[in-house]
Design a binder for this molecule. Structure first.
Ligand code: TXA
Ligand code: MG
Length: 325
C-alpha cells in the first residue's frame, strides 16, 4: 500500500469522510499533531489502527468528537467535565471519563473509561461533520517514534501502511493534547501534560490538579500509556543538558533559541526568541531532522524549570524522548 496525499478540496473531504464511515483509515491534521483516524464505533476499523502503528492493544485510543452533544453519547459527563468543555473545547484537552456501552472494548483497551477530545483544527472538524461518526485517532506515527506534525512525517512513518493522508500543512501547536483523568470527579489528574496546563485546568475547576508521573504497574492495564518512559523517541541517543555545545563532529545540538552568527552544521534551533509556543511547534520536526542527520548523539538544551505553561509538556516530551530504550 502506498499512501495517497489528498489536498483539502471539498470533493476530497467528502471522499475521505466516506472512507472513514466505511471503516477505512485516514491520517488527518489536528491542531496538536497528525492523527490516524478510524470510525470509533467500528471494532475492525480500530483494529486496523493498532496494526498500522504497531501499537500494543493495552494502549487505548482517543476518540474525537465535534462537540459536547456528541461526546455525551459516548461517556458519562460530570459537572467538572462540563465546565472544562465550556472553557477549552474545541481544543487540546482530552477528558478521560466513564464510558458508555456503545464504545467498543478495543478503543478503551477493555477498560471502563474512554478518552474524548473535540479538535479545533478546521479540517478535522469538517471531516467529523461530514463523516457523522466519532473518530478514534492516535498520533499517526509508528509506536514509540516521534509524533508527526507534517504530512511528510506521516508519510515517512506510515506511508507504506496506510491508504490516505489529508494534507493540512504543519500542525500549529506541535505537541499532543493534555490528557486529564476525570473519571473520579473529585480527583482530577493530568495523565499527560499538553497545551492546556494543569494551572489553567485548576483555575477553571477551583481545585488542585495532580500530575501522574508513572504509567502504571508493569503487567497491569496501563493507567496512562502515554507516560511510558520511552516514547516520542528519536533513534539517535538524546540527552537534555543545560548548556549544550558541540564537542565533536558526531554530536548534533538543539538549542532553544537561534544562535547569533552563521548557521553551523549540526546545530539546530527551536525558536527565534525562546517563545514556548514556537518551541513546541518546532520540537518534533527538529528532533526528526537531527535524528536523520547521521550524528551519533543529540544534545538538546533544557528549558528552565520555572518556565510554566507549555514548558511542562515540552519538558515531558524531551524527557521521554531521551529515555533509554
Ligand atoms: O493531541 C492528541 O491527543 C493527538 C491528536 C491526534 O488528537 N492524539 C494522541 O493520541 O496523542 P495517542 O494515542 O498518541 O495518545 C493517546 C493517549 C495515550 O497516551 C493514553 O495514555 C491516553 O491517551 N488514553 C487514551 N485513552 C485512555 C483511557 N481510557 N485512560 C487513560 N488514558 C487514556
Ligand atoms: Mg502517540
Amino acid at each position: 500500500m502506498k499512501a495517497r496525499l489528498h489536498r483539502p478540496t471539498p470533493a476530497n473531504l467528502r471522499r475521505l469522510a466516506t472512507v472513514l464511515r466505511d471503516g477505512g483509515l485516514v491520517a488527518i491534521p489536528t491542531e496538536t499533531v497528525y492523527g490516524l483516524a478510524a470510525h470509533a464505533l467500528d471494532t475492525e476499523a480500530c483494529r486496523a489502527i493498532f496494526r498500522a502503528k504497531g501499537r500494543p492493544a493495552h494502549d487505548p485510543l482517543i476518540v474525537h468528537v465535534l462537540d459536547l452533544a456528541h461526546a455525551v453519547e459516548l461517556a458519562e459527563f460530570n459537572d467538572p467535565a462540563r465546565r472544562l468543555v465550556q472553557a477549552f473545547w474545541p481544543g487540546a484537552l482530552t477528558l478521560v471519563l466513564p464510558k458508555k456501552a456503545c464504545v467498543p472494548d478495543i478503543v478503551t483497551s477493555g477498560g471502563p473509561t474512554v478518552a474524548l477530545r473535540s479538535p479545533a483544527h478546521p479540517l478535522a472538524r469538517r471531516l467529523l461533520k461530514l463523516a457523522g461518526v466519532p473518530l478514534a485517532a492516535p498520533s499517526a506515527n509508528p509506536f514509540t517514534y516521534i509524533s508527526p506534525t507534517t504530512v511528510e512525517h506521516v508519510r515517512q512513518g506510515l506511508g507504506a501502511r496506510i491508504p490516505h493522508i489529508l494534507d493540512g500543512g504543519a500542525c500549529p501547536i506541535g505537541v499532543e493534547s493534555t490528557v486529564l483523568d476525570l473519571s473520579r470527579p473529585g480527583r482530577p489528574r493530568v495523565l499527560r501534560p499538553g497545551a492546556i496546563s494543569a494551572e489553567q485546568i485548576s483555575r477553571v475547576l477551583g481545585t488542585k490538579v495532580a500530575t501522574v508521573r508513572r504509567a502504571g504497574k508493569p503487567g497491569k492495564r496501563l493507567l496512562a500509556p502515554g507516560l511510558l518512559d520511552k516514547h516520542y523517541s528519536p533513534r539517535t541517543p538524546l540527552r537534555a543538558v543545560a548548556n549544550p555545545a558541540t564537542t565533536d563532529t558526531g554530536t548534533a545540538v538543539i538549542l532553544l533559541r537561534k544562535p547569533a552568527g552563521q548557521a553551523r552544521v549540526g546545530v539546530y534551533w527551536l525558536s527565534r526568541r525562546g517563545e514556548l509556543s514556537e518551541i513546541a511547534r518546532h520540537l518534533y520536526r527538529v528532533l526528526r531532522e537531527a535524528d536523520a542527520s547521521g550524528h551519533h548523539q543529540i544534545l538538546i538544551e533544557k528549558l528552565p524549570p520555572t518556565a510554566g505553561g507549555l514548558a511542562a509538556a515540552i519538558n515531558d516530551r524531551v524527557k521521554r524522548a531521551a529515555a533509554k530504550r
